[in-house]
Design a protein around this ligand. Structure first.
Ligand code: FES
Ligand SMILES: [Fe+2]
Length: 475
């Protein structure tokens, strides 16, 4: 158990009432998933990549975009996943739909802009056109097609649909038209996050990183905190990731990273150094009270002061402090939704990570990074920096990639995370690689790969999901 966990358990000021989101402390155990090594082939085999496409990506719910991207009829958003391009658009009838972004004439990619507002989508090759509800508007030179002698089969030539749904202010999509609603798919894990009110959050930056490693290396890198001590020497000065609580929630999972403390792996946890003060005491967001600015206690205890403060203003803030357990007020509730989305946040804001496979190459992935803020109600949509794809092979300046929306110290943490992708991809291919040995702090990785295997085997499907407590130890 992390020392901070004991500090919180024994804290006399702990708030004792019930909250919608279950606390991590005291810990609930997880069932034993064994000690098998994780093979390397799953990270580079084209056959495994194809099986993932057939049984995982095309059968599960994926994050597409913020719902507020579709603020008017005709507003559209193009998103790529694997070999597919998708077109999401609000129709003139106000319904948001999703389609394969595919010209039905000879298969060109239909819409070649990322976003915009259109009532008609025109293929640049021969000029076939579709309405913003996906129906065919015009087959150019229809008289040249003998197939249309008896009329144009407009139904057959509509854009092929994907299923869409909304949750948490996000548009989600599923290539399986029979899929259960996204809320049911997210299940207990989704329910636990409802209190954050993501619908009202603002997206303030979205950037994509193309890394030379399989998408699962990216997933693995952001779903354990065991690497903090070695890879992120700055981060352990203002956060705790050592021996933290983890819970498996059906096919999804969560962990608790502690903010505004000094990790127990650091010897001096008391002194308020410049770095600690910068990351723990300053007003990190302009709209937040600066209560801890005058803090004079031990550096490792800043979080307690913040919990105390936030609890004291719970009646007077638009932030949902009142509905949140003590841990949630300050610490990082980190959830991953199978297979491709992570949401990690405090009440004030957070990040969403999305992991995507390359179209054809298991050695390349896309890591999408969204920064969101929970601003006071009534603030209009924020103008944000343009979305770009930053490619590892070009060299990435992570601080510059985020502009001024991300602290350079945190941008450097992301640089450190990205730095292992190419070398991990190389290493798992070695003839001498015996498979990964995973510790209990890497349990989410073990569980995640097990879920992929279960989906590929067909023993878990979206229609037969394990309940949210399937892998938790019952008392
Ligand atoms: S390929 Fe699109 S109109 Fe011909
Ligand atoms: Fe990391």
């Amino acid at each position: 158990m992390a020392k901070i966990e004991r500090d919180l358990l024994e804290w006399p000021e702990r708030t004792e009432r019930s909250f919608p989101t279950p606390a991590f402390i005291p810990r609930v155990g997880n069932v034993d998933l064994g000690l098998d090594r994780l093979d390397g082939e799953r990270y580079y085999s084209p056959e495994f990549m194809q099986a993932e496409w057939d049984k995982v990506w095309t059968k599960t719910w994926q994050l597409a975009a913020r719902v507020d991207e579709f603020s008017e009829p005709g507003a559209f958003y193009v998103h790529e996943l694997g070999k597919e391009s998708f077109l999401f658009v609000r129709g003139d009838d106000d319904e948001i739909r999703g389609f394969y972004n595919l010209c039905q004439h000879r298969g060109n990619v239909l819409c070649q802009a990322d976003t915009g507002v259109l009532d008609t989508f025109t293929c640049p090759f021969h000029g076939w056109q579709w309405n913003n509800d996906g129906t065919l508007k015009r087959a150019a030179g229809a008289e040249l097609f003998r197939q249309f002698d008896n009329g144009i089969p407009t139904e057959e030539l509509g854009l092929p649909a994907v299923k869409v749904d909304t949750w948490g202010g996000w548009l989600w999509f599923n290539m399986d038209l029979e899929a259960i609603p996204v809320k049911d798919y997210l299940g207990e894990a989704g329910r636990q996050l409802e209190v954050y009110g993501f619908e009202g959050w603002h997206l303030i930056n979205y950037q994509t990183f193309e890394w030379n490693g399989n998408w699962k290396h990216a997933w693995d890198a952001f779903n354990e905190s065991y690497h903090f001590a070695e890879l992120h020497p700055d981060m352990i000065e203002f956060g705790e990731g050592h021996d933290i609580p983890i819970e498996l929630l059906g096919i999804h999972s969560r962990m608790l990273n502690f903010n505004r403390t000094v990790s127990q792996v650091v010897e001096d946890r008391d002194t308020m150094t410049d770095l600690r003060a910068h990351m723990m005491l300053r007003a990190q967001e302009g709209w937040r009270d600066k209560e801890t600015a005058s803090f004079s206690g031990k550096a490792k205890d800043v979080h307690l002061e913040e919990i105390r403060h936030r609890r004291s203003i719970e009646e007077d803030t638009y932030l949902p402090y009142k509905q949140m357990n003590d841990e949630q007020l300050v610490h990082q509730y980190h959830y991953s939704f199978f297979p491709g989305a992570t949401m990690t946040q405090t009440p004030e804001g957070g990040a969403v990570f999305r992991y995507r496979p390359h179209a054809t190459d298991p050695n390349i992935c896309y890591y999408d990074f969204f920064i969101l803020a929970h601003l006071p109600p009534g603030i209009p949509k924020i103008e944000r920096p343009p979305h770009r794809v930053h490619r590892h092979v070009d060299g990435i300046d992570y601080a510059a990639a985020f502009g001024n929306t991300f602290d350079p110290i945190l941008a450097n943490v992301l640089r450190q995370d990205g730095s292992n992708m190419t070398t991990m991809q190389a290493g798992v291919k070695s003839d001498a690689f015996k498979g990964m040995i995973l510790c209990d702090q890497e349990l989410r990785i073990r569980h995640f790969h097990m879920m992929i295997d279960e989906f590929i085997a067909g023993s878990i499907t979206t229609d037969s999901l394990p309940p949210g407590d399937a892998y938790l130890l019952k008392d």
